[in-house]
Write a protein that binds this ligand. Structure first.
Ligand SMILES: Cc1ncc(COP(=O)(O)O)c(C=O)c1O
Length: 430
């Protein structure tokens, strides 16, 4: 509710002030983009961020923000825990709340130790740096992984580590034969880098929140052991995976050496990621974190929120998974039949779907969902702005989270049906 009010206010400000970001003027003709209210921009894998239109002339508007689970905001209990947190200088190892969070995380993940770091991106980078300590080290990483695509090539740019990619399959796994073929067998032949680390992602973001099967992880572990490699999991959403599989996080993580788990996505903390592994790995990670400027001082204020995330917010992820499935089912049931989605692949809180009519592109569909259309208030009783992104492979991505209730999901379904029927009407009368 709170986030709806805030978003509406923001959207109104967006129109009245004419800005798209700090100090960035938005030209009038762009602000009033003639058809859909936002400017398409070419972007990697069609994931350009649209600029959404305001509510138009609508008087009652609800915003349902399905762009990402990173938009969650801390609620009153979390804010109170933050306000009351005991703090100290964490760079000196003296913040009791950070220390406690690190113990809670290590225990939960079945790892010897954990480190609180500012973001998932920094956590993955530190993992690469701490695993790959020699100049000729190489990581094997999925070609559609967040680490490879969305982290600015930090492994190469900042850690000086070369990557070789393996094809990410639609369920987020790899073909194990292909994976094995990427391991360098020629060391110490001076022509080649030296394989050090296999990176997996669970749940898989680009592939729509897919959960890696435990049997796959077991096979990756066996392969890594055979060649003396380590396994790192970008488990930004591994808690979603654990909930979907009905297992403890440590059941999943028994197959990996290290893991990075985000607190600031579905778990609702404002900031922070936990990196976990052996004591020795975390000692090295601590040094890397400092070198990257990620040593925070009285970070207990943030750690207090993170502790609540791990202890109280995991159970509710189930609700996000249920809401994502309900929306997916509604897409399938929609008349006109405009959408394609494989319901069996909707395993967690991220939904990817396709439009079956080439005359309605993902970008155009997203723009219509975000705009209060003509006649909408009369038809639906209010304006509904549903924010989602065009995504990889000509699809649309919608993500459920803490800020989205079953009622919000129902509104999003109503809006989707309205947009679909308007589109059908437009085609009919052409
Ligand atoms: C799978 C995955 N890994 C890592 C990250 C990076 O997290 P952060 O935004 O905290 O840097 C994200 C962010 O969305 C993600 O989806």
């Amino acid at each position: 509710m709170q986030s709806t009010t805030f978003s509406c206010r923001f959207l109104f400000q967006f129109l009245s002030r004419g800005v798209v970001g700090p100090g960035k003027p938005l030209r009038a003709q762009n602000a009033l983009h003639p058809v859909l209210g936002w400017i398409p921009v070419r972007g990697y894998y069609n994931s350009a961020k649209p600029r959404y239109a305001g509510p138009g002339g609508a008087t009652h508007v609800r915003v349902v923000d399905l762009r990402s689970d990173t938009v969650t905001k801390p609620g009153p209990a979390m804010r109170q825990a933050m306000a009351e947190a005991e703090v100290g200088d964490d760079v000196m190892g003296e913040d009791p709340t950070v220390n406690e969070l690190q113990e809670v995380a290590a225990d939960m993940f079945g790892m010897e130790a954990a480190l609180f770091v500012p973001s998932g991106t920094m956590s993955n980078l530190i993992a690469v740096m701490a695993h790959c300590r020699e100049r000729d080290d190489e990581i094997i990483v999925g070609d559609l992984s967040h680490l490879h695509i969305y982290e600015q090539g930090g492994s190469a740019q900042l850690a000086g580590v070369h990557s070789v990619t393996v094809t990410t399959l639609p369920d987020g796994t790899f073909n194990l034969e292909q994976l094995e073929s990427k391991i360098r067998h020629n060391y110490p032949d001076p022509h080649y880098p030296r394989s050090r680390l296999i990176c997996v992602e669970n749940t898989h973001n680009i592939q729509g929140g897919r959960v890696l099967p435990l049997a796959f992880l077991q096979e990756v572990r066996a392969l890594a052991d055979r060649y003396g490699l380590s396994v790192h999991m970008d488990g930004a959403r591994v808690m979603n995976a654990a909930v979907a599989q009905g297992v403890t996080p440590s059941t999943i993580l028994q197959h990996t050496d290290t893991v990075s788990v985000c607190l600031s996505k579905g778990l609702g903390a404002p900031v922070g990621t936990m990196l976990a592994g052996s004591q020795d790995f975390i000692s090295r990670a601590l040094r890397c974190r400092k070198a990257l400027g990620g040593g925070m001082r009285q970070a207990g204020i943030l750690a207090a929120a993170g502790k609540l995330s791990l202890q109280c917010m995991v159970g509710r992820l189930e609700e996000d998974h249920r809401n994502a499935k309900a929306f997916a089912q509604a897409l399938l049931d929609c008349d006109p039949n405009l959408f394609a989605v494989d319901i069996a692949t909707v395993e967690t809180n991220i939904l990817r779907f396709h439009l079956q009519d080439p005359s309605l592109s993902p970008s155009e569909f997203c723009a219509r969902m975000a705009q209060v259309g003509e006649g909408e208030e009369a038809a639906l009783g209010q304006g509904i702005q549903v924010l989602m992104y065009p995504h990889f492979g000509n699809s649309v991505r919608a993500v459920w989270h803490l800020g989205i209730s079953p009622e919000d999901t129902h509104l999003a379904i109503q809006k989707m049906q309205f947009v679909a029927s308007q589109h059908a009407e437009k085609i009919r009368t052409k």
